[in-house]
Design a protein around this ligand. Structure first.
Ligand SMILES: *Cc1c(COP(=O)(O)O)cnc(C)c1O
Length: 425
């Protein structure tokens, strides 16, 4: 830390924060620890920009980790929140907006016949697994190394995102009695999945997967990989859960399942469907979802679930995304950035899908968690700090993907490419 940085407002707030919040932050990656920096405390945001408490402006590629696909303070989302606010903030009784949200989700993702709203992605995945276990009357689940499904005990086995960033493969406090029911195997390796199923055929309740991995950096599924996963689940009677908390309504209106034309049994959602407010959802086949209480015996509840403000923001955001030309535009902006970054350095791998982009410092393509872990994260940290200096707020970990919004301009993208050029020197 330079002496100049020490005098910043951000630093002063961080000093206070550390006394009363573990690590000074409410979610680990935000601490910027792994890139050798202190967190930058933000003051406000607008469009594709973030403004910190010291008056610096940044081009934002974190996008609140996914929700801000329309950019910050989108007029339609703000208006929906403001209008709803006048009617109250929570009823503890059902409201019309919850039904509208459910109808919208079922329409946009046809594999979802019924859906239950929750308050975070973590709740969505945790509840989906409980449901799959009840439905199959089995206990084990399969996940993939480097995939992140929130912080419930069952998923803290070789997990991506913050765990990968901090270099911890699992967490103390997650009992072995629970984590031993989770098999974690390499992504993009059909033989490993076949083997796991053969060893535990009648015990696997569910396979949970990020169809596009966004929590080890960005890793795309190999050709036909997802269809093999689908076939093996069907063959062995396991519930296939697509965790589309990150990819839902981002990589396509219908999510990764639409992009790759695979029909999962259950889908987990979050991030974008809340328009920046805390929301998650899980849904899918009617025969499975009907087991959720009060229609069925599988318990799951939430004091603030289906919160009217969150529903209003999410509905406004989803409706805006339905506008013609949204996804081609997102694809164009993403490609402009990807094309500009490719070729800047032989040792930088650039991976992208519409709305998401990842860089790895490696001479070889990254196909799974193991290859992601072999990349030069020290170099990433150096580049990250240089980008921040130049006004680019990139996700502060190689094990996260960057998010491109619909309001990043050509100018933003070109400035970002220039900043990378300098940062790579
Ligand atoms: C963010 C994320 C989660 C967890 O969502 P939270 O709202 O942070 O609990 C789960 N799965 C995936 C794929 C995610 O990207």
């Amino acid at each position: 830390m330079s002496t100049a940085a020490v005098a910043t407002r951000s630093h002063q707030i961080f000093e206070r924060a550390k006394l009363v919040i573990p690590g000074g932050v409410n979610s680990p990656v935000r601490s910027c620890k792994s890139v050798g920096a202190e967190p930058t405390f933000m003051d406000h945001a607008d469009g594709a920009s973030l403004f910190d408490v010291d008056g610096n402006k940044y081009i934002d590629y974190v996008g609140s980790w996914g929700p801000m696909i329309l950019g910050h303070r989108h007029p339609r989302v703000l208006e929906a929140i403001e209008t709803t606010l006048k009617q109250g903030t929570s009823f503890g009784a059902p409201c019309r907006a919850e039904v509208e949200m459910a109808e919208l989700i079922c329409k946009l993702m046809p594999s979802i016949e019924m859906v239950r709203m929750v308050n975070s992605g973590t709740e969505a995945t945790m509840s989906a697994v409980r449901l799959a276990r009840a439905f199959t009357k089995r206990s084990m689940i399969i996940k993939f190394d480097g995939c992140y499904h929130g912080h419930a005990d069952s998923f803290l086995v070789k997990a991506g995102s913050g765990l990968a960033t901090l270099g911890i493969s699992s967490s103390p406090g997650a009992p072995e009695e629970i984590t031993k029911l989770t098999l974690s195997i390499p992504f993009n390796d059909p033989a490993a999945l076949k083997k796991a199923f053969e060893a535990h055929s009648k015990e696997i309740a569910a396979v949970i997967i990020e169809p596009i991995v966004g929590n080890s950096g960005l890793i795309l599924p190999a050709e036909n990989y997802l269809s093999t996963v689908r076939e093996l689940c069907t063959e062995h009677g396991a519930v296939l859960i697509f965790d589309e908390v990150m990819t839902g309504f981002r990589v396509a209106l219908g999510g990764a399942q639409d992009r790759y034309k695979i029909k999962p049994d259950l889908t987990c959602l979050g991030k974008i469907i809340g328009g920046g407010l805390p929301v998650g959802a899980y849904g899918g086949r009617k025969d499975i979802m009907q087991m959720v209480a009060p229609e069925g015996p599988v318990y799951q509840a939430g004091t603030l679930s289906g919160n009217p403000l969150a529903m209003a923001a999410g509905i406004a955001q989803l409706k805006s995304l339905q506008t013609h030309g949204t996804y081609p535009h997102l694809e164009q902006t993403t490609s402009r950035l990807a094309d500009g970054l490719k070729g800047l350095s032989k040792s930088m791998q650039v991976v992208s899908v519409p709305g998401m982009l990842g860089v790895f410092f490696s001479s070889k393509p990254v196909t799974d968690f193991e290859s992601a872990q072999k990349c030069d994260t020290e170099h990433f940290a150096k580049v990250w700090r240089a980008l921040l200096e130049k006004g680019v707020y990139w996700p502060p970990s190689q094990f996260e993907s960057a998010f491109i919004s619909l309001v990043h301009t050509k100018n933003d993208i070109d400035n970002t490419i220039e900043a990378f050029k300098d940062a790579l020197k």
